[in-house]
Design a protein around this ligand. Structure first.
Ligand SMILES: *Cc1c(COP(=O)(O)O)cnc(C)c1O
Length: 231
């Protein structure tokens, strides 16, 4: 695998990320135990995932069902078994396949999708899900708007077969701390008002800020696996 910079192995990068999460926790009076590190392996091979597990990672994320379908079956021998997070937009016609692959879906961005998951959930299973919120109202981005969230959340929580555990957001790509911090803070407030515990926020470029603002799940790709080529 192509590597760059001083931190050359996945193990070293994982350690560096863990230290940065711990630092952000310390600054905000939190415990590192409160933050789950999800390594987003999209664009990387199952061998890279294996290397991550050797570094102690147990939670991995993918953003496409098709890529998960190719990769996850190569990793079923790993023990204890890995927890897989679906973090990308999910089409309703892929729900059934996704439920066979992933343990939790971060990207429920419409009532329509939630209903499809509810219909497909195996009997007596409640699928753990997060509701994706487009906090900054970016036109090209998926997610429920903060305004529609309360009503949509209520409708989604009343569906059988789902366990709504929290909220997720992808922060704007551009912008400095002064623009990002209010986004994370808004998601935290929204979750608080809905009495939802999990906050999936923070990626390679902004995870320390997200942890300072209360993230319980960070989704990190490049800082662990390196730059993705051609995506
Ligand atoms: C790719 C991706 C990530 C990880 O992004 P990095 O910038 O590589 O850390 C997190 N969340 C979602 C939804 C993604 O698609």
């Amino acid at each position: 695998m192509q590597t760059s910079g001083r931190l050359s192995t996945i193990a070293e990068r994982v350690e560096a990320v863990r230290l940065r999460i711990a630092g952000a926790c310390r600054r905000s009076g939190r415990s590192s135990d409160e933050v789950t590190l999800v390594a987003v392996s999209k664009g990387f091979t199952s061998e890279a995932v294996r290397e991550g597990t050797a570094a102690g990672l147990r939670h991995f994320g993918e953003n496409r069902v098709q890529e998960g379908q190719a990769k996850l079956p190569q990793l079923t021998d790993i023990s204890p078994r890995l927890t897989w997070h679906m973090v990308g937009h999910l089409q309703t016609n892929k729900v059934k396949t996704a439920l066979g692959l992933f343990d939790i879906i971060h990207s429920v961005d419409s009532l329509h999708l939630a209903e499809a998951i509810s219909r497909r959930a195996p009997p007596s299973v409640r699928v753990p899900v997060l509701l994706e919120v487009n906090v900054a109202g970016e036109p090209a981005k998926y997610g429920l708007s903060p305004e529609e969230l309360p009503a949509q959340a209520e409708a989604i929580r009343s569906l059988p077969g789902l366990d709504v555990r929290g909220l997720m957001t992808v922060a704007p790509m551009t912008g400095g701390d002064e623009e990002l911090r209010p986004v994370f803070r808004s998601l935290r407030r929204l979750a608080g008002s809905l009495k939802l515990r999990e906050l999936s926020m923070g990626m390679t470029d902004d995870f320390e800020l997200a942890v300072e603002e209360g993230a319980t799940i960070v989704r990190i790709g490049r800082a662990i696996f390196g730059e993705r080529s051609g995506r």
